[in-house]
Design a binder for this molecule. Structure first.
Ligand code: BYC
Length: 333
């Protein structure tokens, strides 16, 4: 089944009668959450909180490393040396983000091997956005502007997440994501303002294809968000899916004017009364199709990840052999 579902307590576990000691620990945990305190890896936490975090953090880690694939398609075709250097640095950053996040997830007691097995077997999710193809060079700039822009909007509140190792990882990630968004915007700005008509058309076409999938990145509407309310209660999510989506639309609608592109939404319009942009309906059937494994590139992405993991087996084996040799030498000394 295409769901990670690591945060759902098994049925028999839910029936277990809690001891008085456990009830006291839970009450203390809830009180600390209410005070806005951070929870560290060594602190007691309810099993459901732990599972929710493993699900979200590992899904996030998988998104970072799967996110390297659509951009990797353009590493050999970047138009200039400068753009190529920027793209390579960005792709390396995504790999680093994956590592911080896998390390944060491991502090919750799930091994990296388990997390990767869940990804490679199709059991774990990663962001829907990476199941769309990168057809032209303008897609790379558009990913920076819209996809990284959506990522920052979603991730800045996560620097205040109640689970401290995740919050700490997010601080560094957000700094780097901010550069990613800026380089994308800059690349599009150059094409729109200094480029040819063909380049401007290419940018508009990329924006037409990435606009709606970017809005979907924030997850289903609040009314259909399975985990939203509990995660908000625990201080994991600080802002709801719909509120973040609205903030993103408000910011990008203005940026689109500076770029000179038109978002593909005839209903996008400033609403004076609400103090926000109104926008058209999102195709949630498409979202669930992609999340369910049937987007344009799901199979290709998963196959590329599995192949990369298999091709890297010798590196892992060599590193382990080296570690064993060192340990034996140290014991002998
Ligand atoms: N794609 O109850 P909900 C990046 C699932 S990395 C796929 O609202 P939650 C970047 C959700 O998992 C971007 N699935 O969930 C990298 C749940 O299913 P399960 C990744 C999605 O967790 C490289 C079900 O729908 N960012 O930007 O409360 C290059 C119900 O949803 C999606 C993160 O992962 C989706 N878009 O809220 C460039 C940030 N949305 O698990 C850029 C951390 C929802 O029960 N994650 N689902 O089977 C989060 O903030 C939250 O997990 C979400 C979803 C807001 C995404």
């Amino acid at each position: 089944m295409y769901t990670q579902a690591m945060d759902v307590a098994p049925k028999d576990e839910r029936k277990v009668v809690r001891s008085a000691e456990e009830a006291a620990l839970e009450a203390r945990f809830e009180a600390r959450i209410d005070e806005g305190a951070f929870i560290e890896a060594k602190d007691w936490m309810p099993e459901h909180y732990r599972r929710t975090l493993v699900r979200q953090i590992s899904q996030h880690a998988h998104s970072e490393i799967v996110g390297m694939l659509p951009e990797g398609n353009w590493a050999t075709r970047a138009p200039t040396l400068k753009r190529k250097a920027i793209l390579l640095a960005k792709i390396q950053d995504e790999g680093g983000h994956g590592l911080y996040l896998y390390a944060a997830a491991e502090t919750l007691g799930t091994s990296r091997d388990q997390l990767l097995d869940a990804l490679h077997s199709g059991k774990a999710k990663y962001s829907s956005i990476f199941n769309y193809p990168t057809l032209t060079w303008a897609d790379i700039g558009t990913i920076g502007w819209l996809v990284d822009g959506a990522a920052i909007m979603n991730q800045v509140p996560l620097t205040r997440c109640s689970y401290a190792p995740y919050a700490r990882a997010m601080v560094r990630i957000c700094r780097e994501e901010s550069f990613h968004q800026r380089q994308g915007f800059d690349s599009l700005l150059v094409m729109m303002h200094e480029g040819t008509d063909a380049q401007r058309a290419m940018v508009q076409d990329a924006v037409n294809r990435w606009w709606w999938p970017s809005l979907m990145m924030f997850g289903p509407p609040d009314k259909d968000s399975v985990h939203g309310a509990q995660s908000a209660r625990w201080g994991i999510k600080r802002i709801s899916n719909d509120d973040l989506r609205q903030k993103f639309v408000d910011a990008t609608a203005e940026q689109a004017k500076v770029l000179g592109v038109t978002p593909p939404d005839p209903l996008l319009k400033w609403n004076e009364e609400r103090g926000h942009y109104d926008f058209g309906p999102i195709d949630w059937d498409e979202f669930w199709r992609v999340v369910g494994g049937n987007g344009p590139c799901n199979r290709e992405r998963l196959a590329a990840r599995v192949k990369a993991h298999e091709d890297g087996a010798w590196v892992r084996e060599a590193a382990l052999a080296h570690a064993r040799k060192r340990a034996t030498r140290q014991e002998a000394a």
